[in-house]
Design a protein around this ligand. Structure first.
Ligand code: B12
Ligand code: SF4
Length: 505
């Protein structure tokens, strides 16, 4: 069978992190199948163009995955592909909750983690005998038996051509070629070490989808995959940024510390990004090992600076009083925080953007991201708001309006929340704030300062799309004072910045 796997872009990031599920299912498919994964070129195509590509390349089956946010694009692609007589199977967090909706657009739906039944789907498709729904078996109590990760395949990233996944914007490449040779090619590679989350925050789909009990991949198996990834750098094919997609990379601190120690011992240190709850980062030994093993950025769901708001969504593991101290510790160890905030909690009122910015300003530089509270199907939040008849657009995913709420919070209107979001993005990524951020880290290595500024400019693009070269040139022009500051500061140093792009000190 010739199989094509596709995940729509979120409309903003060109899938800068390639979707792990596609590479995982490619690896799990039995050897007699030819599985092709959609790359960045495909992301730029419209649904008809994608369907024509599938037809022209004689694919027998198309697998589509999507989060709720991208589901309407996924359905459009599925419809176009099926119009051309090719079978479509869909999976992922959205259709797993709403399989009947998915079946209006697909021949079959994979409900839940599909590792153990993916080959059944392929076999049935080959026999032209697809079932409508595939799911994991249940135990004697009717509880789903989620796949064990004991036999997780080692993905040979070093054997995959990564050229279609290079994430450096064309306009920045010449600058990097000049100042930081080797960094003009940068591949982002996703990897998982475990599944599940015990916290069960009200707005999140993870605990219901992956379960509250953590299942782990064997450590040797993870280390083997990291070794293959490291080979990409060792062979000089470009630089790599690993993303540990686990919802909480350090949920079991002992295991994580053991893994990090082994990475250090075996010299498979890689620049990486992970998601970790702020409460776990109080552990100094963990922070030290993260830094020594190559961690450069940590995504932390801070969500709010307001304790009441956190309580209202059962995010009890966060304490806003801890934020500053922990962030200082991390930046001190050369790691940056992607600080994720949500606006639109029932307790949020006007001025939340300014109040949040006041806190952020008092911290070492972080990369803040802001989104509105969204009731995703399959979450306790969705069920609660539906019962309270507070969702204006109960099927909001069929018409995604970025930064527009689907329900009414109690102390602000959806329009207020949108204004607050806009203000927060503006305040945090203005040229003045960017300059202050670079100034705050003027004693760090050249590499870290350049990395921080480029990342800031890229993060700005989450709210203010800047995909064309012209827009990028404008962004660089508007931020000329940060660039000048950086340039002067780096020239002052004895070691010339071009000499070495060292991210580690
Ligand atoms: C990495 C990640 C991202 C990355 C990008 C996604 C990527 N490239 O992987 C980034 C950081 C950009 C991101 C962004 C967002 N994310 Co995100 N993200 C994740 C995360 C942590 C890991 C995804 C992953 O690789 N999982 C591991 C793989 C193996 O699991 P999987 O994808 O579910 O695949 C399995 C099955 O679902 C199934 N499957 C999946 N697809 C298909 C397709 C077929 C054909 C078949 C047969 C099977 C199948 O098979 C796989 C193996 O079992 C998940 C949480 C999680 N643990 O999954 C959230 C998650 C997917 N994200 C989520 C959300 C909400 C977002 C945002 C909308 C957040 C926001 N407010 O901005 C944004 C959207 C982008 C945007 N800018 O607007 C939600 C999605 C919920 C939903 N119903 O849509 C999740 C589940 C987390 C949560 N808090 O609930 N995210
Ligand atoms: S938001 Fe994070 S901590 Fe909370 S349930 Fe989801 S994955 Fe777990």
């Amino acid at each position: 069978m010739k199989i094509f796997l596709y995940n729509p872009d979120d409309g903003l990031s060109y899938n800068f992190i390639p979707h792990l599920w596609m590479f995982l299912l490619k690896e799990l498919a039995s050897d007699d199948n030819d599985v092709i994964v959609a790359d960045r070129k495909i992301q730029k195509m419209g649904e008809k163009e994608i369907a024509e590509f599938v037809l022209d390349n004689n694919f027998d089956l198309v697998g589509i995955g999507a989060m709720t946010r991208m589901i309407s694009k996924a359905y459009k692609v599925a419809d176009e592909v099926r119009k051309r007589g090719i079978k479509v199977v869909m999976g992922g967090p959205h259709v797993s909750v709403l399989p009947q909706e998915g079946l209006k657009h697909a021949d079959a739906i994979a409900v839940g983690e599909s590792d153990e039944f993916w080959n059944d789907i392929i076999r049935d498709a080959e026999k032209n005998n697809l079932k409508k729904i595939y799911r994991n078996p249940v135990d004697e109590n009717g509880v789903e038996r989620k796949p064990s990760l004991e036999n997780y395949p080692v993905i040979r990233w070093d054997e995959i051509s990564m050229d279609g996944f290079d994430s450096i914007p064309g306009v920045v490449k010449p600058v990097l070629k000049h100042f930081a040779k080797g960094w003009e090619k940068f591949f982002v590679i996703p990897i998982e070490t475990q599944r599940g989350c015990p916290y069960g925050c009200e707005f999140c789909t993870v605990t219901r989808f992956f379960g509250s009990k953590i299942r782990y991949r064997p450590q040797e198996n993870i280390l083997e995959e990291l070794e293959h990834i490291k080979n990409i750098e060792r062979e000089g094919r470009g630089h790599v940024g690993v993303v540990f997609v686990d919802d909480n990379f350090a949920i079991n601190r002992k295991r994580t510390k053991d893994l990090l120690r082994e990475m250090i011992k075996r010299d498979i240190k890689l620049n990486y990004f992970a998601q970790i709850s702020i409460n776990l980062l109080k552990d100094d030994e963990l922070v030290d090992l993260l830094s020594k093993s190559g961690c450069k950025m940590i995504f932390v769901g801070l969500e709010s600076i307001d304790e009441e708001s956190l309580k209202s969504v059962h995010k009890n593991q966060n304490n806003p009083l801890d934020y500053k101290k922990i962030i200082e510790k991390l930046v001190d160890k050369n790691m940056f925080i992607v600080a994720s905030f949500i606006f639109g909690f029932d307790n949020d009122s006007l001025g939340i953007a300014d109040r949040t910015f006041k806190h952020i300003k008092s911290w070492p530089p972080v990369l803040p991201v802001f989104g509105q509270l969204t009731p995703y199907p399959g979450t306790p939040l969705y069920d609660k708001l539906l019962e309270e008849e507070r969702i204006d657009r109960p099927e909001h995913w069929l018409e995604v309006k970025p930064f527009v709420m689907a329900h009414k919070p109690l102390k602000a209107t959806p329009e207020d929340v949108h204004r607050e979001l806009k203000r927060a993005w503006m305040l945090c990524y203005s040229p003045e704030t960017n300059k202050k951020s670079v100034e705050k880290i003027k004693d760090k290595s050249a590499g870290l300062q350049i990395f921080h500024l480029i990342t800031r400019l890229m993060f700005r693009g989450i709210y203010y799309p800047q995909r064309s070269n012209l827009k990028w040139i404008k962004v660089l022009y508007n931020n000329k004072s940060s660039i000048k500051f950086l340039w002067r500061n780096l020239r002052k140093r004895r070691k010339h910045p071009c000499e070495k792009f060292n991210l580690n000190s």
